[in-house]
Design a protein around this ligand. Sequence first.
Ligand code: ADP
Ligand code: MG
Length: 356
Amino acid sequence: MKGKRMMLCLLGGMMLCSGCAARREQAQQMLQQQKEEDRYDSMTLAMDTVINTTIYDERGEELLLEVEQEIQRLEGLFSVTKADSDISKLNANAGKEETALSEETYALLKTSKEISTETGGSFDITISPVVKLWGFTEEEHHVPSQTEIDQAMALVDEDQLLMEENNTAYLEEEGMAVDLGAIAKGYASDVVADLLRQEGVESALISLGGNLACIGTKPDGSLWEAALANPLDETDYVGLFQVSDCFLITSGGYQRYFEQDGKRYHHIIDPDTGYPAESGLLSVTILSEDGTKADALSTALFVMGLDRALDFWRNSDDFEAVLITEDGRVIATEGAAAVFSFEGRDNDFTYETVNR
Ligand code: ADP
Ligand code: MG
């Protein structure tokens, strides 16, 4: 008798549970449907690029506005072309006086100097006079003479960017200048991702030019898919990343360039030569949980070229990379290869994985 009652109880319990599970599943489906319906998109121009944001959240409209304002605020601090930005003031005061900066600009300059040291100078924000000389700052392109390059290169020296007390900095020589173009968008993606996470957003994507911030997962819990561009054909891609919660940042010679006398000149400068880097690479994509670093490293590893870039990766533990070479190789570090698929891609590239 006792045993029977227990069985009935158990059965009752099971039925209750399966009823619960069905209701839970139904509730989850409704929630997911709601999340997918709560999709908000925006496209704006800022930081010299197109910014696309997608947020899945019922407060999406208001959050999109916050994201936009935040990016504009950062552009106001870091721009090299807006006269009242922190960076423009620092550059205008070069060789004259110290400049008081916001805590954020000061911190980003410090991070930039650290990455310069780590990368043996492949990343160098004092490259600005050379970037300007080639006409990439104002988009007035020009192939400089060797004399002009030598003169501009004499002003490139990150040791002469002095970080002083109380958030002040000083460029030691007149004509020196810094340009955060290779790191500011990555920093902005970190700031915006933090903002959205703090607001409890579980599903969002922000693309700042070639810089992608993935927040959480897709609303149905599956991974985000991001295409790796074919550097030889804008309309094609060489593979797909499947990721959650990370930054995916690409630098390539195909992104901003001009042509003169049949030769292509791009915007990533080798600080050793003063010329657009000719390292044998077409693009470098960095995957990392640190957007700022990912941006700086995508530029630095592009300058380094394949062998040095892979050595650098082997000595680091906070990023993974996919490098595409001029001779048609797509080379993924093991951590990147784990989230990268090129199944079904029909192209002339060969695919390789490198281990530590
Ligand atoms: P994008 O801005 O197109 O995403 P990058 O992140 O590679 O590309 O940044 C390139 C920009 O960084 C250039 O336009 C220039 O302002 C600056 N820059 C160029 N070469 C270097 C370098 N070696 N180190 C640091 N900054 C650089
Ligand atoms: Mg960069």
